[in-house]
Design a protein around this ligand. Sequence first.
Ligand code: FAD
Length: 308
Amino acid sequence: MSRGTASSMTRVERFTRSIPAMVEAARPSFSFEFFPPKDDAAETQLWEAIRRLEKLSPSFVSVTYGAGGGTRDRTVRMTQRILEGTTLTPMAHLTCVGSSVAELRSVVGHYAAVGIRNILALRGDPQGGLDQPWSAHPEGLDHADALVALIKRLGDFTVGVAAFPDGHPESTDLGEDAATLIRKERAGAQFAITQMVFDVDNYLRLRDEVARRGSRLPIVPAIMPITNARQVLRMAELAGQPMPSAVTDRLARHGDDAAGVRAEGLAIATESSQRLLDEGAPGIHFITMNRSSATLEVFANLGVRQTA
Ligand code: FAD
């Protein structure tokens, strides 16, 4: 498997080239997700990971936005640092949680001012947790489609959105998840990234349903190479996502054997990624947890060859 390299891109190209164009050019594309570090030690670890993963010339990297908007400033700072200090094309996540439209405009304006052109537009989860009903800021936005439309009105941004192959916790069926994605596409979204994919068939079902309804939205599956069973179960629980028994049974077989769990987790990530690519997924978005080793191992297992 071979792919073009992003590192040969000029700084101007990185500022102007859209993520869907890069995903299309790479086919398959590889991209990495990071979250803003909370202290100096975490920041050092993150930058080590970024430097090691930068060598793989990903199509783009993304920086999450803390639940409740809590990491707003750190997300902005980190995305800016990646843009200015690396060869990478960053995308900043942005949610509607706890923000008025005026505040959202101000964050987007700041992105524009520092040259960030790629934004993942999200609604965010209810502030009190998934068991609470969603309620928007009184002067804010109710859904991600409205945020997509706002960002598109504010400037020349490439906007991505979230997709839920296992079903969003508040939606009733596959049809609603497909309709939501198409609504976001009509508002201006140019690509989607999924929640963690553990069941490739669910990804294929959503992708095919969206295509059957006439959409051409590229839907990039996210893979989290599991290195710690407890951590991934907690993340899935927080996101209201079911973990298939096919995955939990394989991990459980290793009990407290941390090395065994890690090897199994990476095998699952490799198998899922390979099948997704074989089935025509446009690329893989790796959830790195700000570390590089697991992602590098899966990447190597996939036999991706860099072409200068
Ligand atoms: P929406 O698209 O608004 O959908 C939310 C629910 O409302 C769905 O059930 C949908 O069917 C329904 N719906 C959508 N539009 C309408 C409408 N117009 N009318 C009626 N119903 C509607 N959270 C963070 O806090 N920070 C992050 O950085 C972050 N990154 C993420 C990255 C990815 C790839 C994914 C998949 C999720 C991420 N999340 C993040 C979590 C996300 O914010 C939550 O899952 C949230 O509950 C849904 O966000 P959304 O953008 O899909 O919302």
